[in-house]
Design a protein around this ligand. Structure first.
Ligand SMILES: NC(=O)c1ccc[n+]([C@@H]2O[C@H](COP(=O)([O-])OP(=O)(O)OC[C@H]3O[C@@H](n4cnc5c(N)ncnc54)[C@H](O)[C@@H]3O)[C@@H](O)[C@H]2O)c1
Length: 430
């Protein structure tokens, strides 16, 4: 096995399947370490932009912190043509394709990708970075991957908002299908990753990713469930104080989880489990997390408001990711109730806002906020922090719903203006 040696002396390149957040970061970091890397993606536009060194996503660019343009001249290539991969003849394949669709785990693209690897290379090593349902490797991959290949599972934990949490600096787990390949996988991943933890096999590594996120999923759902169970108490304050205990994190009630990882984690764990009925905690977690946004919407309908401004569409602050954002179904519900909804998120233009939530973007922000009798502050983007004073000055509503606590210092202001200020998790917020 000369995989490591061959990529270090540049006689061989690595191939990365899928050039999104995960794949492009793998490509960029390895290329930066002077490894020849080729990215394959089915999306022609993604490939054409990347060939020119263009990264469309500003958050990702910021997170990466270095340009890929220079790397393209030396080490980095992109293609959507399998023949190019065949000619390149890479020995190491990183699999970074989507493994979920519409909020549920999906193996179709993974199976397709493994088949493409088998068609384009005769032997080598496959490192799976995509999130897997526990048991996937043994159920599908072992059967599809020929005996000339070995494989490892090395899930990712990067946090694309914070550039201290990258491929280089985050603790990373990996597990291999055979122990003889483990030292080689360690050396390969060590080219980029500083903190590696060996799992005894691929199955363990595969479980770690969905289990760790399921813990967060449960915590987020529990915060909401506690608040629903104690409707007349300030559970937000209680949970803030609970979080001061040395071994407990702080989770607040609110719109619940979104994005690629957390909402799906319990689904992955449940799908892979041998005895699913034993995981009632996760079933409840999915239920409460999926419904809390609708409970918030219902509480707003009760207030008899007519025109609602929603601030924020991303599932998380300072990120342009709306995948499984709880705001989408929240808006859908209110629209069904014939309420007029408009939304402002600095990351999305009018067309994008329309495509995702089927409503218009607020044209004049923040001045235009005076036209709404309800304002829902959903996501605390830094942009909103900068505009806080103007937002407050523009308000002319009877209800202000604060999902994040961003405006809790302004209680007196709301009182003075006669605005009913509701803070997620505080007394009678629903
Ligand atoms: N984004 C995150 O924060 C994150 C974190 C940890 C793990 N993950 C996991 O990593 C995997 C990839 O996620 P991502 O965020 O990079 O997704 P992404 O949507 O940003 O990128 C996926 C890319 O794969 C391409 N693709 C789709 N089908 C393909 C195919 N058949 N062949 C080649 N390319 C194909 C798409 O065009 C897209 O460019 C998923 O399993 C996800 O759960 C994501």
């Amino acid at each position: 096995m000369k995989y490591y040696k061959n990529i270090k002396n540049k006689s061989k390149s690595i191939c990365v399947w899928g050039c999104g957040y995960i794949g492009l970061s793998t490509l960029a970091y390895f290329a930066k370490k002077n490894v020849r890397a080729i990215g394959y993606d089915v999306n022609k536009k993604v490939v054409n932009d990347l060939k020119k060194g263009k990264i469309k996503n500003d958050d990702f660019k910021k997170w990466l912190g270095f340009s890929i343009k220079k790397l393209i001249k030396n080490n980095l290539k992109f293609t959507n043509n399998l023949e190019v991969i065949k000619k390149e003849n890479p020995e190491i394949h990183f699999v970074c394709i989507p493994t979920e669709k519409n909020g549920l785990p999906l193996n179709k693209i993974l199976i397709q990708t493994i088949k493409s690897i088998m068609k384009t290379s005769s032997n080598g090593l496959i490192i799976i970075e995509s999130t897997l349902t526990p048991g996937t490797s043994d159920k599908f991959l072992s059967k599809l991957i020929s005996s000339n290949f070995n494989f490892a599972v090395a899930p990712r934990r990067d946090w694309f908002v914070d550039n201290s949490k990258t491929l280089e600096h985050m603790d990373r787990i990996y597990g291999c299908n055979t122990s003889k390949i483990e030292p080689e996988v360690f050396k390969i991943l060590s080219i980029v990753c500083k903190k590696l933890h060996k799992a005894s096999n691929h199955k363990v590594a595969e479980m770690v990713k969905s289990f760790e996120n399921a813990y967060r999923h449960v915590d987020i759902a529990l915060a909401n469930q506690l608040s629903v169970a104690y409707p007349n108490d300030n559970i937000r304050e209680v949970l803030r104080l609970v979080g001061t205990k040395w071994n407990i994190g702080t989770f607040y009630p609110g719109f619940g989880s979104g994005g690629y990882c957390i909402p799906l984690s319990s689904q992955y764990v449940l799908r892979g489990a041998k005895i699913k009925k034993k995981l009632s905690i996760l079933k409840n977690t999915i239920e409460i997390d999926k419904n809390i946004n609708l409970m918030i919407a219902k509480s707003i309908v009760k207030e008899k408001v007519k025109k609602i401004a929603v601030l924020g569409l991303s599932y998380k602050a300072d990120l342009k990711v709306s995948t499984l954002s709880p705001i989408i179904d929240f808006c859908k519900y209110l629209k069904q109730k014939k309420l007029k909804i408009e939304l402002f998120d600095p990351y999305y233009n009018n067309q994008e806002t329309k495509n995702i939530v089927n409503c218009n973007k607020i044209k004049t922000f923040p001045n235009g906020l005076s036209k709404y009798d309800c304002v829902v502050f959903a996501v605390d983007h830094k942009y909103f922090l900068e505009k806080k004073k103007q937002i407050l000055n523009s308000l002319n509503c009877k209800l202000f719903f604060d999902n994040t606590g961003f405006f809790k210092q302004n209680l007196n202001y709301f009182k003075k203006k006669g605005i009913n200020y509701k803070l997620a998790g505080s007394e009678n917020w629903l």
